[in-house]
Design a protein around this ligand. Structure first.
Ligand code: NDP
Length: 252
């Protein structure tokens, strides 16, 4: 049908920009009731207003996912106001490449706190709802945002890449654990997508490398990833797309 996700509740973290914002909009178009999480409340309000204007149902929750108690409170609100979460797009993340010898330890910690601990806070708060929704509806989805950096070696991306390798490997394990309960688990591994992600990079060399890559390829768009998430979540319940690598056609 045109609204294959109607009846499902979707939660998207990192939904105030980039991949998360585009995916929240797309999942709403596919019929899901959507809760959007990130820190910037104004961006979330704009997004939910847009979704409602297009006939969708949406709930904005300004949350820092590194705050476990705040994430738990958000999960309770989702259950109370929308129902049990049947699709979790665990997507908030930050990328801060720099040569290891620069000892940018604050940036190491930031990436680990958000990409690993924040991701786990969200899993802790929502897994019971996913299992509940799967029992009621026959299927639920946990989709974690990893990166091609989990697979390939890029100089100066060591800490970021390691956080994403964690996400991919965690996802494979959770798939085996939750699959018997009809919760599908997937990791999406994009190559370069044009978002705000690149704007947070402070290291000059890494900035130049990213900027230079535009000469040799057309970057993916957030909508490309949104379409892919929609595809993953609308497969028949028996089919779990475990790991999806999506690259700009011109990216080596
Ligand atoms: P953006 O910077 O546009 O989006 C990041 C999102 O995470 C924002 O909504 C931001 O919102 C949110 N966020 C940041 N910190 C927190 C926090 N502490 N608590 C809650 N939310 C937070 O980048 P992308 O859309 O590109 O990134 C989304 C994911 O995709 C990331 O995990 C990234 O690693 C991954 N990825 C991106 C690629 C790319 O090339 N762009 C390639 C491969 C993977 P706010 O600041 O309002 O909190």
């Amino acid at each position: 049908s045109a609204r294959p996700l109607s009846g499902r509740v979707a939660v998207v973290t990192g939904a105030s920009s980039g991949i998360g914002a585009a995916t929240a909009e797309h999942l709403a178009e596919l019929g899901a009731r959507v809760a959007v999480l990130a820190r910037r409340a104004d961006r979330l309000e704009d997004l939910t207003a847009r979704i409602r204007k297009n006939g969708g149902q949406a709930l904005a929750l300004a949350v820092d996912v590194t705050d476990a108690a705040a994430v738990r409170a958000a999960a309770d609100r989702v259950a109370a106001e929308l129902g049990a979460t049947g699709l979790l797009f665990n997507n908030a993340g930050v990328m801060l490449p720099a040569p290891v010898e620069e000892l940018a330890t604050d940036q190491w910690r930031h990436q680990i706190d958000l990409n690993v601990t924040g991701l786990m806070n969200v899993i802790a708060a929502f897994t019971a709802q996913l299992v509940e929704a799967a029992a009621e509806q026959g299927v639920a989805d946990l989709i974690n945002t990893s990166s091609i950096a989990a697979q390939n070696i890029f100089p100066n991306f060591a800490v970021y890449s390691a956080t994403k390798a964690y996400v991919t490997h965690l996802s494979r394990h959770l798939r085996v654990e939750l699959g018997p309960k009809n919760v599908r688990v997937s990791a999406i591994e994009p190559g370069i997508v044009g978002t705000e992600l690149q704007g947070h990079v402070t290291d000059e060399g890494a900035r130049a490398w990213l900027e230079g890559s535009k000469e040799t390829m057309e970057w993916l768009t957030p909508q490309d990833i949104a379409q892919t998430i929609g595809f993953v979540a609308t497969l028949p319940p028996r089919a779990n797309l475990q790991q999806v690598t999506i690259m700009p056609t011109g990216q080596p």
